[in-house]
Unconditional design. Structure first.
Length: 613
């Protein structure tokens, strides 16, 4: 509990969320009682924590200013270590991080995996920055390489750096020992050999081509094996003008870009060009014009060198550091859109028997985003095929879960089915078990828990979703809508508007999400504007529009929207009974997992009045 409260970025934790997190399988009364006992024991055994954690009736408040985390201490030391300063790397064993706490709940297991991954990524990024900086003394670069190997024994760039450094010092035996350790570990754990680049390097060391006062240019790495998912090669960025500060800026931005690109689990990202000619190339050129930085980024299809997308950014030097994260986000969103649409077009042109698992999954996504019963049936068939043929393909389980969560929305007249919602939760948990770092799995779990009225667990998974992938427009907007239904409207509005600004062009159904959020937040004029852009992209959106216009006092507009709502719903009505006013309203209101009943009552009153106007 103390680890979780200390490492979490949140300041306030509800007792309900902590009880659900640590005693997931227990009923509410038992879990709350267990939490009370634990907090009592902490207070008795750890009096020094009185100023750090404050237990109130409904929540626990954390004073993070009183907490020192060893990992932050190490990161700050790495960041501040200059040419003359020492920094020590502890023997980090992240595989053992909170290992004894696993098994308490699926949610806690996923949080441990995410936190471990975040810490490892931050440490690796900091150490790689040291390793790649030629101005850092060799002694510190060697320490960084050794620390990287502590984190990942098969981190081949670190192995190659140490091999070369030891060989150039004349210590050939130490260089070969590094290689032998890598070779043995790969053979024992993965039954594979080191990459071609590493093998070439050890051959040159054995032949004496690398030794004191000798050096060679880096060899081209052996290409990785391809699979059926898109591969993106991030080319070394070019420079339109010679500038030392441009080189420093590009190196940092490149790491920022990789950090954002790797949050998408459906791609394979390469820093070394893969052999396959079916990959995508992300190219860029930096130029300096006065006190401004110009970046032109281009995405190409490798097979025919066709340009899929290109964009130009022009930023003041003094502002670049402040906005580079946002630029990296915008690049990731553009790359995601370009690769997805290009790959989808290719898989649509393939015959049914030629489609890979990834092709079928991407096609199922596109069908579900049309929000039509017939398309949903086709998507369900594809996803079911995938889980049968490739049961360890986590994205299929995530989307099956998501489809079950919205089945009652997709099929007008169909009410929530508890069995289907339980199946949804099962698929979501399985997806997290297969890949605890997949944002889609946590997004599915968040909506499954919300539909099952497990609102605090739902919030936990929404938070993990945005933490794991802050660069997917669909993911961010879905989380924003989720926060709206959980009645955290400031967070919902901030996330939705920030996503709208990053994305620039939203598809109509995502404008529908904004309509929902603005209505719940009482921003009715903005809700109308969003609703006009959304249209009837989802059959229930005219119902939201009718309720919004009714509250604004626009009786004629509300009546027209209500008629459009009835038309959209009755065209695809799936219930056995007729679509009369009462049946339509009952179906409409139960679609959404409102945490606060007053919002459901408000929506019911608005749509009922508009239908009867």
């Amino acid at each position: 509990m103390l680890f979780y409260l200390g490492l979490s970025s949140e300041t306030v934790h509800s007792r309900e969320s902590l009880a659900c997190l640590f005693w997931q399988e227990a009923d509410a009364s038992h879990s709350r009682g267990s939490l009370r006992q634990l907090l009592r024991r902490i207070k008795q055994k750890c009096p020094a924590l009185d100023g750090v954690f404050r237990a109130e009736r409904e929540q626990i408040i954390v004073n993070h200013s009183e907490i020192v985390l060893d990992v932050e201490t190490v990161l700050k030391a790495l960041d501040g270590a200059g040419a003359e300063s020492e920094f020590l790397i502890p023997p980090l064993e992240l595989d053992e991080f909170l290992a004894d706490c696993r098994g308490l709940s699926n949610a806690l297991d996923s949080w441990i995996s995410i936190t471990r991954n975040r810490i490892e990524t931050e440490l690796c990024d900091a150490l790689m920055a040291k390793l790649d900086a030629p101005t850092v003394p060799l002694r510190q670069r060697i320490q960084s390489a050794q620390a990287l190997l502590n984190l990942d024994p098969v981190h081949e760039p670190s192995c190659r750096f140490l091999m070369r450094a030891y060989a150039e010092e004349g210590n050939q035996s130490a260089a070969l020992r590094v290689y032998n350790d890598l070779y043995q570990y790969l053979a024992d754990e993965f039954d594979v050999e080191p990459s071609g680049e590493t093998i070439d390097l050890v051959a040159k060391i054995k032949m004496g081509e690398i030794g004191p006062a000798k050096s060679i240019a880096p060899a081209v790495a052996e290409p990785l094996l391809a699979d059926t998912t898109p591969e993106i090669f991030v080319c070394p960025f070019l420079f339109g003008t010679e500038s030392g500060r441009l080189a420093d800026l590009e190196r940092v931005f490149r790491y920022e870009l990789f950090a954002n690109l790797t949050s998408f689990r459906e791609w394979r990202i390469f820093d070394i060009e893969p052999a396959r000619r079916q990959c995508y190339r992300l190219e860029g050129i930096f130029s300096e014009v006065g006190e401004e930085v110009i970046l032109i980024a281009t995405l190409k299809q490798e097979a025919d060198n066709r340009v899929i997308w290109s964009e130009r950014f022009q930023i003041d030097f003094e502002n670049w550091q402040r906005v580079q994260h946002r630029i990296a986000q915008q690049l990731c969103i553009a790359v995601n859109n370009g690769v997805s649409s290009n790959w989808l077009n290719k898989c649509l042109s393939n015959g049914l028997n030629d489609r890979s698992v990834f092709d079928k999954w991407l096609l199922a996504q596109s069908l579900l985003q049309e929000w039509r019963p017939g398309k949903t049936d086709a998507a369900l068939k594809l996803l079911t095929e995938i889980t049968a043929d490739a049961p360890q393909f986590a994205p299929a389980h995530s989307w099956l879960s998501s489809t079950e969560n919205i089945r009652h929305i997709m099929y007008p007249g169909v009410l929530r089915d508890q069995k289907l919602l339980e199946d949804s939760l099962r698929h979501a948990r399985l997806a997290i078990e297969i890949d605890p770092l997949d944002s889609r799995a946590h997004l599915a779990a968040a909506w499954s828990c919300a539909m099952n009225d497990q609102f605090e667990v739902s919030r936990f998974h929404f938070e993990r979703t945005t933490e794991l992938n802050p660069n997917s427009v669909l993911t961010r907007m879905s989380c924003a809508l989720g926060y709206g239904f959980l009645d955290d409207l400031p967070k919902a509005v901030d996330l939705a508007e920030d996503t709208r600004d990053i994305a620039r062009n939203l598809p109509p159904f995502l404008w529908g999400y904004l309509l929902n959020i603005y209505y719940l937040d009482g921003q009715l004029e903005k809700a109308v504007q969003a609703g006009e852009l959304a249209g009837s992209a989802i059959s229930n959106l005219p119902g939201w529009m009718a309720a919004t216009l009714w509250e604004l006092g626009d009786t004629d507009g509300a009546r027209a929207a209500a008629r459009e709502f009835v038309r959209c719903v009755t065209e695809t009505w799936c219930a056995q009974g007729p679509p009369d006013t009462n049946a339509i309203v009952d179906w409409f209101v139960q679609c959404f997992p409102m945490r606060r009943m007053a919002q459901s009552d408000r929506l019911r009153a608005g749509i009922t009045a508009a239908l009867r106007a």
